[in-house]
Design a protein. Structure first.
Length: 156
């Protein structure tokens, strides 16, 4: 097997291991990945002595772990951003409720001290979520109702 074929097989192995891990068929345990490589792709380490094959399998394992860790980090970052946006949107919604009810329509009770800016930020946050991540506790229509009541002064 030439170097190019070995590298293609290596990339194929990495892709398959990542997929198996994502499907919960395998963990990122070094020994499990090493065992999988040696048994599923023996031609990858064919002709290598024990130390060379160990180092080669270890390098593949590190590559797999790097890929999976990078994907997990992206998911965590997205979840953190969504969490903050949910919290902020809920805060702005609460401000609207207080402003319209017990707050006597006083701007100092709004996070942005301006009704239109407050509503614009709510719209921006609401639209930052994908359709499947939009909050169930607030609809676009409710935001528009808040806008009518707060900016245009219409009671509903």
């Amino acid at each position: 097997m030439n170097i190019k074929e070995r590298e293609q097989l290596r990339e194929c192995a990495i892709t398959r291991i990542v997929q198996k891990n994502e499907n919960c068929e395998m963990s990122t345990d070094d020994q499990e990945i090493d065992f999988y490589i040696r048994n599923t792709y023996p031609e990858l380490i064919d002709g290598m002595n024990e130390l060379e094959s160990y180092e080669y399998c270890l390098a593949i394992t590190y590559k797999v772990v790097d890929i999976l860790t990078e994907e997990e980090d992206e998911i965590v970052e997205e979840e953190d951003e969504n969490r903050f946006n949910y919290q902020m949107l809920d805060r702005l919604k609460s401000d609207c409720e207080y402003y319209l009810n017990c707050g006597n329509r006083c701007k100092k009770h709004l996070y942005y001290d301006d009704e239109q800016k407050h509503i614009d930020e709510m719209k921006k946050l609401y639209n930052s979520f994908s359709e499947d991540k939009k909050p169930e506790w607030l609809t676009w229509e409710q935001i528009l109702t808040y806008e009518k009541q707060m900016v245009e002064g219409i009671k509903e």
